[in-house]
Design a protein. Structure first.
Length: 486
């Protein structure tokens, strides 16, 4: 069994329950820390109060002893007065009664080193009930002092029942029982309040998240209703301006992009089918006519027509495959540094100009280095040259310049130009303007679309520059550093 199965069994799947559990767990840790701090602080303050009470009781006993008065046994604070040379206690009270110190004092008599500040009481039993004293066997702090009997008058010494040269040790035990009881009561109240608080925090977190997620549920329902046949559904954007609004806006933007992509794909498929149907129809018609009338068919002309339409189909298929590969956004394999000036010069020299006389020049002397794939750059430039050659009247000029971090290449022809309203439309797929409608000479309508996709693939741009005469296409690509600049 998977090791995560036991965890999945108890861990809630609902976001509301998970948030409530996380809030309760966090609150439990915080409340636990606060409770521990309050516990220690209450115990410390209660102990301080007990010490103050013991101190007050000590000095009250000292005053009584100085006046020769034997303190009464009734006291809420355990105390004992012992003297040197005396076996039993001079006076005692509080919890010390359980030890029966009248027979033998419990706390040590004063010595030359004074009296201790910490004492351990013996284990004893109450001789009347047989029950162990609550103080028995414990170690406690004591408030203590020493009184010299020789500083008292004889009648006071006689009243106390001690020798004239005795030393009296006055002890008041700091009993922690009060502090412990106060602390236990506080702990119980804190525990009850903490449990109630955890339940309330978990419930508040649960319902708060439930209310907060209502717009998300509405977005989910509307998003689920979006289908490929009807991708126009949009989610309602809340007017609250919080994160849900940003989520709804992002989803609507994404749906719009998907809708546009789906529409573009449908249009592309329709255009591709239309473009493929035309040469196939021409090819099929010519072959059927030739087969129907073989004796009257000019077979070389029929073969020429078939070859021309087959080449057109081949070019169209290659362009469609290239566009499909560009649409996948596959990164360029093994990019290399290419001198665009040398590539443009070579294409200018090798470009065939057989249909009509055209002058093709390349105006650049400085190297223009770019990163990318050599074949893709060659295809981009060849498409621009093919487009210019179809529309130029007499001249085509290629210009290259290094502008800061960019390489700028322009292809300018002296043809009829492009209307301003079609400056972006000509880069769409299967778009031909009126003067390029010829199936034989107008190309596939994919050349400029492929050229722009290749420019974007190399982090560049391809636009139509404004010119009064002819068409001028402007290609901008990031400039690669030369070996001397590295």
């Amino acid at each position: 069994m998977n090791a995560t199965e036991p965890r999945r069994r108890w861990w809630p799947r609902s976001v509301r329950a998970r948030t409530a559990l996380a809030a309760a767990s966090t609150a439990a840790v915080i409340l636990g820390g606060i409770g521990w701090w309050v516990h220690r602080d209450v115990y410390r303050e209660s102990t301080y109060i007990a010490e103050e009470e013991a101190s007050v009781q000590l000095w009250a006993l000292v005053d009584q002893m100085n006046e020769g008065v034997v303190p009464a046994r009734g006291s809420t604070v355990p105390y004992e007065v012992v003297a040197t040379g005396r076996r039993s206690a001079v006076a005692y009270g509080g919890g010390m009664v359980d030890f029966d110190p009248g027979t033998r004092h419990v706390l040590p008599a004063p010595t030359g080193q004074g009296v201790p500040s910490v004492v351990r009481l013996p284990v004893n039993r109450d001789y009347n009930s047989g029950l162990r004293s609550s103080l028995a066997g414990g170690t406690y702090r004591v408030m203590s002092t020493v009184i010299n009997a020789d500083e008292l008058s004889r009648d006071k010494v006689a009243t106390l029942g001690v020798a004239a040269d005795a030393k009296l040790g006055v002890y008041v035990v700091v009993h922690p029982r009060t502090a412990e009881e106060i602390t236990r009561t506080t702990d119980r109240l804190l525990l009850q309040a903490g449990l109630v608080g955890l339940v309330l925090i978990a419930a508040a977190a649960y319902f708060a998240v439930r209310i907060a997620l209502r717009p998300v549920e509405a977005i989910r329902v509307l998003t689920a209703s979006v289908t490929p046949s009807d991708p126009r559904e949009r989610v309602t954007v809340p007017a609250t301006g919080h994160e849900i609004t940003a989520l709804a806006t992002t989803i609507n933007t994404t749906l719009q992009r998907l809708d546009n992509a789906a529409a573009q794909q449908r249009r592309f498929v329709a255009d591709a089918a239309h473009e493929l149907r035309s040469p196939l129809t021409t090819l099929l018609a010519s072959l059927e006519v030739a087969l129907a009338y073989p004796e009257r068919t000019d077979w070389p002309a029929a073969a020429t027509t078939a070859a021309r339409q087959t080449r057109r189909l081949q070019a169209l298929a290659e362009d469609l495959l290239l566009l499909a590969r560009l649409d996948t956004r596959t990164p360029t394999a093994d990019p290399e540094t290419i001198d665009l000036t040398a590539l443009a010069s070579r294409l200018t020299e090798q470009y065939p100009l057989t249909e009509r006389p055209l002058t093709l020049t390349c105006d650049s002397t400085a190297p223009a280095h770019v990163h990318g794939n050599h074949d893709e750059f060659e295809r981009l430039l060849r498409n621009l040259l093919d487009n210019a050659a179809r529309h130029a009247a007499h001249r085509i000029q290629i210009t290259l310049r290094n502008e800061d971090d960019w390489v700028v290449l322009t292809v300018h022809d002296d043809g009829p130009g492009v209307p301003p309203e079609d400056a972006e439309r000509i880069f769409e797929r299967f778009v031909r303007l009126d003067d390029a409608r010829s199936r034989d000479h107008g190309g596939t309508g994919l050349g400029l679309a492929i050229a722009r996709d290749l420019a974007h693939r190399h982090q560049g741009t391809l636009t139509l520059a404004s010119r009064t005469l002819g068409a001028c296409f402007r290609l901008r690509l990031p400039r690669a550093p030369t070996p001397a600049e590295k």
